[in-house]
Design a protein around this ligand. Sequence first.
Ligand code: X8Z
Ligand code: ZN
Length: 594
Amino acid sequence: MKALRALAACLLLASCGGPSAQQQADEFLNIHENILVPLYAITSEAYWQSMTDVNEAHVGERIGAERSMAAFDGNVWVIETARALLAQKDRLDPVTVRQIEKILLAAAQYPGTIPEIVSARVAAEARQGAVLDSFAFCADRAGERCRKTVTANEIDNILVNSRDEAERRHIWEVSKQTGPALKEGLAELRDLRNRLAQEMGYDSFFALQVADYGMTVEEMMAMMERFNEDLRPLYKQVHTWTKHRLAERYGRPPPQKIPAHWIGNRWAQAWPGLSAGVDLDALVKDKTPEWIVKQAEAFYTSMGMPPLPASFYAKSDLYPVAADSERKKNTHASAWHMDLGMDVRSLMSVESNWRWFETSHHELGHIYYYLAYTGADVPLTLRGGANRAFHEAVGDLIGIAARRPAYLKEIGLLDDAAQIDEIAWLLDEALDQAVVFIPFSAGTMSFFEHDLYEKNIPIDAFNKTWWEYAGRYQGIEPPAERGEEFCDACTKTHISDDPAQYYDYAMAFVIKYQLHTYIARNILGQDPRDCNYYGNEEVGAFLWELLSLGATRDWREVIKEKTGEEISTRAMLDYFEPLIAYLEKENAGREAGW
Ligand code: X8Z
Ligand code: ZN
């Protein structure tokens, strides 16, 4: 401790005349790493337990561990030393500067100058997480008693498969039951998170989360607006086509906006099961969940990446628990870098359908990112993506690759002789993966969270704000008026668990089509819509090099080097270009948009 104080004094006074700024920074980072590693591993383990086996004891242990971690992250000595070192930025090498900036950003989440607010945030987040993860959705209630609980997977499956409008509406409403249970917690968390970020000089918690990209809130929201505008002509065609198709399916006149319960996803972030003749669920329905995860791994190893460590399978929690199981677990997929080393795990509830097939690829993208930068010995504080969006983009990129008919034929999921209707497949991808996701991610989610933190919207306007954005960006409306007794935004996991970060996914979707187009054209020399990178080690090497960088470089430079361009919707728009003409013809004479 004495040595630490001497170092801090020396740095603050900048008058020690001894070691250079770089030597001082190295010593600081060395001390920081040595404390970080064990604390991080212990905290991850407690967090993991609380998510995979939700109970009072585990929530308590999570709070205890996270308070220690937060006390270290936001330690006043850490903040002051980091600031003092950054004041001499030009005497430090760029990777050192990046590490110290990351340390300061982490400190801003939990500034030790207001420890009681830090403690309150940690506890409130753990409690909110436990409400979400142990929630029992009730599909049939008799007074106080629930006669039938349903799992998240069961809800999702009904929304994908049922053609009975009344059943759909019922289960959609059931899916919104978590909202009221989480609403007060969200308001409390918003206040605590804002208070902490403001302590460190940020306008809001949203601004702090955006700062990780080296961007201001205005820049980020302008980028989101641009994505929405770029996609709007195509989205309007897709929207018009869909509402007519669904109106026909449910025997209704075509509405202006699409009723949310008509769509095969709780938040209308993906619209599966609409394109005639394309049934991806059917391709994997006879496979086991274990096969699905293994096949996702096989995609990565086919490109020359290493097999997953045995501990991945031993320690992950990959399959669902029943609705009436004693053990409750979080039902949203996630990937974990437990010790910032080789202990990598995933939490999923894999079932035999396309959604989980794709999600398995997504999660393994995170896992391979962890393995690549760990293997490259990237400094611990830079063991992250080029930015958070890059981390989200990798597995989704492999998800695009895993949709190619050539690949599906190669692994025997599609018959060799199967005829592919290219437009129908492209439409399916636009609906399920790409085009309809942008208005949700860059629109509804990002603007809601922006307003939540930046404009401090009152708790009795949460639902109104949410549906205004869903209407404006997605052209979706609830089946009936949803008053402020609900909190439909709260039903989306990220609002509580990954706050003020959903623009990550909008950027990831844009980036993944940029990477995909680059790989198809420049490495494979194939058409991006009809290519196959399964088994191609050159593609593997290209990706591994990107992943191995971790966060050591500015993401703007990385995207330029890797794709030849800045972040842009151009690749995505080019990719779906043939759809425009097709949909214009299909929609001829129909009233467009909403
Ligand atoms: O949350 C996820 C991943 C975990 S990082 C499954 N995704 C977003 C979501 O489900 O809302 C993947 C794409 C969008
Ligand atoms: Zn992810």
